[in-house]
Write a protein that binds this ligand. Structure first.
Ligand code: SF4
Length: 362
């Protein structure tokens, strides 16, 4: 039996779907959520039989896991195997109440990832979010009151026509909440979303100069505030780095349950059906909910490990990159990589173009 240490749980429900979101998410009320939770519990039972689950991290993502009622959430948690490590839930500020926060605490969650995105009301509206800056601050107060001291806030920058000072003010307000972790991602215009359409039609334009400025400024402001980057889009106080996300970036095996969730075990990767109704019927009828299994060659595994590894503060041991020594030398000369103590990392210039680094290894 294969041992698995990391589990992702996908909850596909959202109160409304944001116009930039490309995840498998949709609306759905009481009965639909109950049917889904029953299927999910069944799937957890299946993986318990198939794998040796020695869990070190559990991550409830979505969608909006915090939308579930305490009763449904407890039902999922009671089906899970023990996990003494990090247990995270993604939380939408609009859904936080004292009752829910207490429930999350009682079932053993110990890390919050709060999807604030912006502290500017105008931009929250543009992003189609249903919460206000005040909801974010109130959520933080409630979560701290019930004892969540490991609290991360997720933000987005490079929003349509976003002035630089509005991003700086969002960063400042996020820091006032005293988070242990911040994730700051530039907005991406994902295909098949209303935002993508607006970009294609010229309603909005990207401003690369502003994006680069915001990215660099973020790193500087957060480092000064005691949250240095540990991955190019993630910043944490010492000891509060996300273990679950690091497991992905370090190429560890993980299982995902719920519709659309990915799993990677050894040299196999698969996704669950990206349709919640089909997923529920698959589980009920005992047919497979996996889509086609992708075989990952050792070469693909190695490349993924380098791509993610270079984005991390610790970088990669030079030994692991021997076969690319010519490319590495070229990138060092171009100022994209630093070599220090036999480890290779993206330089500050390299971090600005991190998404294009893969081309060098093609
Ligand atoms: S709340 Fe999050 S998961 Fe749900 S639609 Fe918006 S961005 Fe997507």
């Amino acid at each position: 039996m294969k041992t698995i240490k990391h589990l992702y749980i996908h909850i596909p429900f959202c109160a409304k779907v944001c116009p930039y979101c490309a995840f498998h998410v949709h609306r759905g009320g009481g009965d639909y959520q109950r049917e889904f939770v029953d299927a999910l519990v069944e799937e957890v039972g299946q993986i318990k039989e198939e794998y040796d689950l020695q869990l070190e991290t559990i991550y409830f993502g979505g969608g909006t896991p915090s939308l579930l009622s305490p009763g449904l959430f407890e039902k999922i948690c009671h089906s899970l195997p023990a996990c003494l490590g990090e247990k995270t839930i993604e939380v939408n500020p609009k859904t936080v109440s004292l009752t829910k926060a207490r429930c999350w605490k009682e079932v053993g969650l110990n890390r919050i990832s709060l999807g604030a995105q912006s502290f500017n009301q105008g931009y929250l509206k543009i992003l189609g979010r249903d919460h206000t800056p005040k909801d974010i601050v109130c959520s933080v107060e409630i979560l701290k009151e019930v004892g969540f001291d490991n609290l991360g806030i997720d933000l987005m920058f490079a929003l349509p026509n976003q002035p630089r000072e509005i991003w700086l003010s969002t960063l400042k307000q996020a820091l006032e909440c005293q988070p242990t972790h911040l994730s700051c991602y530039g907005l991406t215009y994902e295909e098949d979303t209303p935002f993508f359409k607006s970009l294609a039609e010229g309603v909005w334009k990207k401003n690369e100069e502003d994006e680069i400025w915001m990215f660099s400024e973020t790193e500087e402001v957060l480092a000064e505030a005691g949250l240095p980057f540990y991955e190019i889009s993630n910043f944490a106080r010492n000891g509060f780095e996300s273990n679950h996300n690091q497991a992905y970036w370090l190429g560890k095996d993980y299982l995902g349950v719920g519709p659309s969730a990915y799993s990677t075990v050894g040299h196999a990767r698969w996704q669950n059906l990206r349709d919640t109704r089909e997923y529920i019927s698959g589980i009920r009828s005992g047919t497979s909910t996996k889509t086609e299994v992708e075989r990952l060659s050792p070469e693909i595994k190695r490349k993924e490990r380098w791509m993610f590894g270079l984005r991390m503060r610790n970088g990669i041991a030079m030994d692991e990159l021997q076969e690319f020594s010519t490319v590495i030398d070229k990138m060092i000369l171009e100022g994209l990589l630093n070599l220090e103590s036999q480890r290779v990392r993206l330089s500050s210039k390299g971090r600005l173009v991190a998404d294009c680094i893969a081309e060098y290894f093609a």
